[in-house]
Design a protein around this ligand. Sequence first.
Ligand code: RVP
Length: 496
Amino acid sequence: MRILPEISRTFGEYLLVPNLTDETCTPDNVDLSTPLVRHPVGEESPIRIATPLVSAIMGAVSSPQLAIALAQVGGISFVHQNQPIDEQAAMVSAVKKHKAGFRHNDVNIKPTATLGEADALLRSTGRAVAVVTDDGTPPGAFLGLITAQDFNFHRHRVDDSVESRMRRGAELVTGTPGMSLSTANELLWDSRQDVLPIVGADGRVTALVQRRDYELHKQFSYESVDDHKQFRVGAGVNTRDYRERIPALVEAGADVLCLDSSDGYSVWQREVLEFVRKEYGDAVRIGAGNVVDARGFEYLADAGADFVKVGIGGGSICITRDQKGIGRGQASALAEIVAARDAYTQRTGMYVPLCSDGGVLHDSHMAIAFAFGADFLMLGRYFARFTESPAPLVKIRGQALKEYWGEGSARARNVARYGQGTELHFEEGVDGYVPYAGSLYDNVKVTLAKLRSTMISCGSTTLRRFHDTATLVQVSQQTFVQNSEDVERNERPTVG
Ligand code: RVP
């Protein structure tokens, strides 16, 4: 038995002490980009992301819709592995098909369908437009477009035909396959249409370019895209069916994989990492974890992990510490592992990024995590609150909430992550609610503004410099009490 000399500490126990802010420290100058996977010192990481936030490998969090939105604002999602292989691969490919700016044509209707059917289709898919084809399928011949603006049930009958209200293909300006996004956007604006169908020589619609995507693109100019301008997406894998799951995810186009385990310091993770290196060399990138000390980090880094995920028991829905007595405060775990990583880099010339996973309860905790040296953060609760998360939106006693459940809860029954053998004998996660917070785009914008502001106060314009020069101080118990008791808060909404 040994007892570590330090107390196990978490993010909320620290504050940052400002450094000198000089003329270079402006919000526009702050660069939040970060490496996602290992790289030799002095070289670029093969995958960098502009926004250092990734979404948790959880059924309540990472759906194709959230993955697309997160990639649009510069982060990346990890689609969860607690589902059949073909379903996970289909989610990955749905994100990959959503070429930035060019939407896949997947919502179609026949001209003989009714307006009632068109209305139901648009509502159930959450889309603004349906493509009318002769047989109502994506490969069918293009006849026109129908949107919710084209009919109104005060003026039109539910059983009027789509044909009676659609915008006819012959009257629409269309693009051609292979056309660049900027040319397509020119046409979109010149034609004053909201949607530009891209139509092949055979009369089939291959994609749609939408004005809304153009506006989002202008707001967030740092999308996470691959060399083909397709959104980047990650996927979770486990140590059980990896021989089948990994090839399927690679085939579907996953940009990066991550072993999904609450305790990653195991020979099983080494086995998977060795499998990937043997089968794919460096063509497939895979992170591993979770670990909470230097030994775990070194084991996974030596086994070839492309990044290492840090954190046990800190997740907002996690009860692992109560149930099993394992875990470590996120700040302490990060501090030890960052030091181990830096020593590893010195020794090997290889930089292995660290992902801090779980335990971010306030935006300020993100800044503390980066000050400790995290390269990027994995967040569950944070993203679960947004419109784009797959969890149901419910109203309880007048309050809008999103359901949020842990992968170790009875609801998720994620046996590959939490099972003991082939069963889940006890729960390690809770099934609950988080306050609904609106759209991912608006929230991420505010969060990043706060992070930039903190970095400016600390005299840094890059995450690396922020970590290197940050001064952290532990706060006393008295400080918490004082902060929460000082002023009775009024309930007026505050910005951010
Ligand atoms: P949080 O962001 O604090 O909600 O934490 C999310 C993290 O919690 C996940 O990335 C995962 O590591 C962990 N998790 C997921 N399910 C459970 C559980 O049921 N115990 N924990």
